[in-house]
Ligand binder design. Sequence first.
Ligand code: ZN
Length: 440
Amino acid sequence: MQPTPGLDAKLHQWFDDHADDVVKLAQDLISIPSVNPKFNPEESPYGEANVQEYIADYLHRLGMDPVLYAASDDRLNLHTPLNPEADRTIAFNGHVDVVPAGDERSWSFPPFSGALSNGRIYGRGAMDMKGGIASALLALRALHDTGFEIDGKVGMHTVVDEEAGGFGTRDLLSRMKFAPDGVIVGEPSNEEIQIAAGGLDWVRVTIRGRSGHAGWRFAEIYPQPFESPERDAGTSINAIDLASNFLQAVNGLERQWSATKVHPLLPPGITTISPGVIRGGSGLDGQGLPTLFNNPAVIPDSVAIDFDLKFIPGDDDSVRAEFEDFVSTWAKQHYWTANNPPLVKWEVADLRFPSMDTPFDDSLVTALSQSVEASGSAPQVTGFPAVADSAFYAAAGSAAVIYGPQGGGIHGPDEWVSIDSLKRVSRNLSLAALAYLDGR
Ligand SMILES: [Zn+2]
């Protein structure tokens, strides 16, 4: 690999002169509303595209060659092609969609204003994650202006639809001929270098019972004389009762996992199995969901529970079998469920995030740590407790890290990002890309 002597010093000088430019860049991005249309179909469907066109213009001016294409529902993803001949490639990733602003009266500044106050930029997306995108764009400009030949060695990936499940990045990676060797996802990490994250599955468990008239439930609750009409009538199996028992068993499994499934960079108890949506009623429709009852006189014969199930790195290939074993063991405890076992359906709403576990000594982690140190801060290498698009790069074989600015109010009112933090992140992204590509 070609060393680039002197470029580090040039980059430091460039940022001493130009770091403030990140402010207008972040403000411009924030002031283009780009609420994910899945949250609110009444939002303009073009918000994301407007942001992408702004980014494409910026990259064109750096001599880069951004490609815009429709990922789904005419929503535009952007990437700059990577050079297949390069010894090494790195990409910066960011999502252009934001969550809705919510009640604007609870904001101190209009949510798409990009208002400046006390060293902060306010607005929906300031922290999550237009600040991170602004830092990456300025890092690219710094590389360009100091004479570094970008030439497909450094790429920019800005995607739609992260907030509703990561579908933009998934689509982008599925269309690329090869994944970058390294990727830095600019989600707000409080300037920590986050190298590990658990995976996430959405799983639906459907429990079947037998319907009947609630008036005869007494015959199931209290033993009736043999050969009596009451005894014959009381043969329903209330699926909500079964589901309630199942949920308690899942709580037990969750406690067991919290004690046995651990990762050094992730908080204890990260392997949660959270019941998120529950529906009880009659039969199953074409989607596999019960027809909802509004009349409690009918004993329900089906319940579908959707769980948000987190797993630690290393369990990607085993967690589903483990959960299914648990369900079948539970089912064997009752004659009815033993003969009518629950159905388990994975990838509800097509959602699954693989885990990420980039080695501590990977050269991308080293490059970023040393850049942070060279800028006068102590690098902190940690894990990320939620899930992010970095997971899809990790699964595609890239060394992936999450590194982004400090801020607050994420997904709430008065979201903000620190200007000093944006400047540091931008400088460190450019230094890290340079060091990584040099193989230092
Ligand atoms: Zn985000």
